[in-house]
Every structure is written in C-alpha cells, then in structure tokens.
Design a protein around this ligand. Structure first.
Ligand code: F0G
Length: 444
C-alpha cells in the first residue's frame, strides 16, 4: 500500500519534492530534499463539524484520561495514533482564557484576552506537544528521547518520558536556562547536558545525534509535536464558540508553535469547523529576531540566522529557528505578520500582565508588548478582538521577576550592559521588627 492511501502519513512541505513516508517511519526531515515534514490525513470524519463540536465538549465531563485531556479529546483532528491505549498524558491542555483589563488598557485596546498555556502540568504550552511526541516515541518503541531546549521543552519532555518509563536526554545552553525550568528537568530524572554554546549549537548537535543513535528527537522539528500543539488553537476556537478572534498573538522562537497554529487553522477551515481565518501576529525579541528580518525582507526564500542571539526572555533566545518555512506558510494562509519588541517593552508588559493577577514568563509577555506596538502603529484596530497566547508560567523564571521589581535586571553581553528600568516595579519594603516603624513605612 502506498503511504498516501493510508489514513495518516508524513509528507514533505516542499512543493517540488512531495516526499511521502509512512506514519511509523522514524524520520524527522525529508530524506530526499531535507525539507520539513507534515503529518497529513485523509480526514474521514464520521460526524459533521457541528456534531463533532458537541462530542468534543461532552468529553470534558467523561472520567477517562483520554477524554479529559485538552489534546486527546480532539483526537479526530490529529488521528495519527493507532492504539489509543498507549497514549502518554498528564491531563494537559484545558487552559483558561482570561479577560485582562489592565493589559487591554496598556495596549490601548477595548478588550484583550489571554489564553494561558502556563496553566499546563509542567507550566508551559510544550505539554500540548509532548503528550503527542512521547506517545509517538512509545509507538515506535524508542528506548530514549532527546531535545535541545531553552528550558520548557526539556522540562516537559522530561516529565512525559518519566511517565512513559523511557530515558530522556536534554541538551541545554549552560547558564542560560531559567531556574524553574532547569529544576524540573533535574527532578523528573532527565540526563541534563549543559553545553557551552547557545541553543542553536545544541539543536544542531542533537539533530546529528538523533541521526546517528537510537535517540528519538522531540524538538518541534518532529511533526508529531506540532499535532498536539494544534489543540491549543482548536481549544481556543471552542472557547470562542467557534467564532475566531480577529487576531491571535504569540511569541516566536524556534517557530514550532506558529507552524502548529497555522496548520490547525488551515485544517479547521478546510473541514468546516470555522468559517474565517484569524490573523496571526508573531512577536520576537529585538536581539533574537531572524524571522522578523525575514518577514521584512523582499527575499523570503532564505532565513539569515543570527549568530549571537541576545534576550533576557531566554525561552526565545534563538538565532536559527528550524521551523521558519512552516511558520512562513502559516503567515501566508492567515495574512499574518511579525513584529519585534525591545527588552524594556517585554519587561514592562510582563509587569502589567502581573497586575492583572495573571502573570507569565518573559517570552510570553512579548505578546502584550507586541500588541501594544501593533495598536500604536494602526495595524491592530483598538476595537479588534484579540487573543494573546501566554506560553509559560510566571513561576518558570523567578530571577527575572525579582530582578525587575528590585531594579536589578540587565541584559549583559560581554562588556555591554543594558539595564532595564523597573517602570512598573513593585519594590519590597524592608523594615525593622517594630510596629510603629511598619506603620510609618506603610503610611497606615
Ligand atoms: N514561549 C515560551 C515560554 C517558550 O518556551 C518558547 C520556546 C516559545 C515561547 C517559542 O515557541 O519555539 O514554538 O516559537 N521554547 C523552546 C524550548 C525553544 O526549548 O523550551 P516556538
């Protein structure tokens, strides 16, 4: 049987190649041309989109692990698993959407909502993709999984690998990982390799190792990761009553999430789950913005990597994003755009998101900073319906938050020191143990 006659298969995204592989082949990129691969389906839904929406919703109150998962309850839209009893899940997804009054005012929008992926089991959106990635690793009989990471992928992979009982190897840039994330990988029992280089070095190396050894690669170059991350958007549409917002704003690093969002929207529109496309706005940190440069350039055929990416939003400190071609495709099909923001803008936006009682890690706050810019420049209308995706929890990077609120945060690169001003800092007050002194200090 040819690969494309089966229900699910892998397909090269390069139009002039069209390489195809069976769903159970251990392949990450096209063997013919090196192109990225998509999971493709001959979707044969037994029910209409209207009926499927009812089924998805009803599953939330069913007491099985599979139905309660915010990824697997949408399984008909990611049908690559032949044995659902082998699914590895921690009850991921099902993340809230919050109205954010202060943040809306800050961005000069009438309304702004955040979908908070930091409310996942390990505190980031990576769990949506790791439940599918590790499930595929188990289906392939992989003895061990591996990834390069700026911290969240590794924390999530370590947790899911531990659940599956397989070994995990994480490759991270030494001294560039937020403590919340590093502590998770250690606690979940992964073998942590701290490399004296940056994320892009680690990524290159782990890809070579995965080709030469049994390690199953779980970076977002792995198409099965993206299948799970599609559920972020499917669930968002469900939460919006299947009425897409005007804009979905997200941070961009290695660009796996942007790719997954584009694929989810494209498939949902094709299948009749939504009737129009929201626009994607991808936000990068100024010092790590190769995708912004590409988008601004007249030649979109070559991405020029940034050799020394620099940002305190360490999650997105990436100079050579592997999924840029899929991300560009996602922007094409959603009339999307790319914006970039400064370190100061990210830091202030993060403090504002905190004031809403929500909070997030620095990379996630790039969304509010970017939204503010896009409203100021007239790209996003102040009355637009906007949902920004907060990708990670506030608790991931406590050093950054404390640094900001104590006027002790700076981007350092060799001799260069770029201090961040705590414009919205909430400085702690230190006093002696004396009631009157406290009353004076607090003006009570
Ligand atoms: N936000 C957070 C909190 C992240 O951890 C990442 C990526 C991104 C945004 C960017 O997402 O790569 O899909 O464009 N973190 C990866 C990691 C690279 O290793 O944890 P992307």
């Amino acid at each position: 049987m040819k690969a494309d006659e089966k229900k699910a298969f892998l397909r090269c995204i390069e139009a002039d190649c069209d390489g195809r592989y069976a769903i159970d082949e251990r392949v990450y990129t096209c063997r013919r041309c090196g192109g990225l691969l998509d999971a493709q389906y001959a979707f044969n839904l037994a029910n209409s989109p209207g009926e499927m929406k009812g089924i998805f919703k009803a599953r939330r109150s069913v007491d099985t692990e599979l139905d309660r998962s915010g990824v697997w309850r949408f399984r008909e839209l990611l049908p690559f698993v032949s044995d659902l009893s082998k699914v590895v899940t921690l009850g991921e997804g099902n993340t809230p959407i919050y109205e954010a009054r202060w943040s809306a005012e800050y961005a000069e929008l009438d309304e702004l909502r955040f979908k908070h992926q930091g409310m996942n089991p390990t505190g980031s959106f990576k769990d949506n993709g790791m439940t599918t990635g590790v499930t595929q690793a188990v289906a392939l009989g992989a003895p061990a999984v591996a990834c390069a990471s700026t911290g969240n992928t590794s924390a999530s992979m370590a947790a899911y690998a531990a659940r599956a009982g397989i070994r995990a190897f994480v490759f991270i840039p030494a001294d560039q990982i937020a403590y919340g994330k590093l502590s998770q990988s250690l606690e979940f029992g992964a073998k942590v390799v701290e490399m004296e280089g940056n994320f892009d070095d680690a990524m290159r190396l782990v890809r070579e190792l995965a080709d030469e050894t049994d390690l199953y690669l779980l970076n977002s170059i792995n198409p099965f990761r993206l299948e799970g991350q599609k559920a972020i958007i499917i669930e968002m549409m469900e939460q919006c009553g299947w009425e897409p917002p005007d804009w979905i704003v997200l941070p961009g690093g290695n660009l796996g999430n942007t790719s997954a969002f584009g694929k989810a929207l494209h498939e949902m529109k094709k299948l009749g789950f939504i009737d129009r496309m929201p626009r994607l706005a991808v936000i990068q940190a100024e010092g790590a913005a190769p995708f912004y440069d590409l988008f601004a350039s007249s030649d979109k055929t070559v991405l020029h990597p940034i050799a020394r990416p620099a940002t305190l939003a360490t999650a997105i400190r990436i100079g050579n994003p592997v999924s840029w071609k899929k991300a560009l495709r996602a922007l094409d099909c959603t009339d999307g755009i790319v914006e970039r923001v400064t370190e100061q803008e990210i830091a202030d936006a993060k403090a504002i998101i905190g004031r809403d009682g929500i909070g997030c890690e620095p990379a996630s706050a790039a969304t509010l900073a970017g939204t503010k810019r896009l409203v100021a420049t007239g790209v996003i209308d102040s009355s637009a319906n906007v949902i920004a995706v907060l990708t990670g929890s506030l608790l991931k990077d406590p050093s950054y938050t404390i640094g900001y609120h104590t006027d002790n945060l700076a981007l350092e690169d060799g001799a260069m020191r770029n201090p961040i001003k705590g414009l919205f800092a909430n400085r702690p007050i230190r006093t002696v143990v004396n009631k009157d002194a406290i009353k004076r200090a607090l003006v009570l």
